[in-house]
Design a protein. Structure first.
Length: 290
């Protein structure tokens, strides 16, 4: 098939992709969820209502944003083994912009898992064993997280995973649930996000933009076979005609796979591409206690 003969089809998919991208970046969650029970940050989604109201079709993960009188909460869940490997091996950062701008400018962030460039444990291992063959990463390998912009715009703090003694009081966990879904949870104190706000006053009507950034897998990534527990299928990369992300919010990726010589599907090309999904929500007026 000639490339020119698929362009009308491509335009149809392109229009559909634009629609789903807009929906995944602003229409599902106009107001954050008010928790019906205390949320425990333990890498489990048992204390979150189902189904999750937010979903990124381009990246195949669900998400929810909630707040009570004390914290802003973020939950991300995916059962897609390729997306799981993107998060674990590629790295992920959650950005919070209290001006409701879909931008990293002026935002604060939580980096976990860290990518190979920013992971201090990975850098030490590379220095100790130069030239070693790369291996697939698991959650057990990810023992550090980073906080960006808290305290000052240039401050970056690295902390040991499962260590909740960071000065901002931020809590974060990632784990697999019993259904094989990769679960990410984070809690950020509202007093940290709004240091000038009275702790006794309501945060209702304040809006925040949440950015979920997932880095693409590095070119030499080793992806194990088998799903769950940090596994995933082998990824095949084929030729294809693709439309990359664009626009200030990003999050749109349309790829029409044109297999060359058989093998894996062109749709898996997204595993090697960076992605960002933004969601703006208005905070709930939730009183202390349940």
């Amino acid at each position: 098939m000639k490339v020119s003969s698929i362009l009308p089809i491509a335009l149809v998919f392109f229009a559909a992709g634009c629609s789903s991208s807009r929906k995944s970046q602003g229409d599902e969650l106009p107001t954050s969820t008010a928790p019906q029970q205390p949320i425990v940050i333990d890498g489990s989604d048992n204390d979150w209502p189902k189904p999750l109201p937010g979903f990124s079709k381009t990246e195949n993960f669900g998400y929810e944003i909630a707040n009570d009188a004390d914290n802003l909460y973020v939950l991300i869940s995916t059962k897609d083994p390729v997306e799981q490997q993107k998060m674990i091996q590629g790295g992920m950062t959650i950005w919070v912009n209290t001006k409701a701008d879909k931008s990293q400018s002026g935002a604060v962030g939580i980096g976990y898992p860290l990518d190979s460039r920013n992971d201090p444990d990975q850098n030490l291992l590379n220095e100790a064993q130069p030239g070693r063959a790369p291996k697939s990463a698991t959650l057990q390998d990810k023992q550090a997280y980073a906080l960006y912009g808290f305290g000052s715009s240039s401050e970056v703090g690295n902390f040991a995973y499962a260590d909740d003694s960071n000065p901002q009081g931020i809590r974060m966990r990632m784990d697999f649930n019993n259904s094989g879904e990769l679960i990410y949870e984070a809690a950020i104190p509202l007093t940290t996000l709004y240091p000038g706000h009275s702790s006794t006053a309501s945060y209702a009507a304040k809006s925040v933009a949440i950015g979920i950034f997932v880095d693409g897998l590095p070119p030499n990534a080793q992806v194990p076979r088998g799903a769950g527990g940090g596994g995933g299928p082998a990824i095949g990369v084929d030729g294809g005609v693709g439309f990359g992300s664009f626009g200030s919010g990003g999050g749109l990726g349309l790829s029409i796979g044109l297999p060359i010589g058989g093998g894996g599907g062109g749709g898996r090309n997204h595993a090697f591409k960076d992605a960002e999904v933004w969601q703006v929500v208005e905070l709930n007026n939730v009183k202390k206690g349940f």
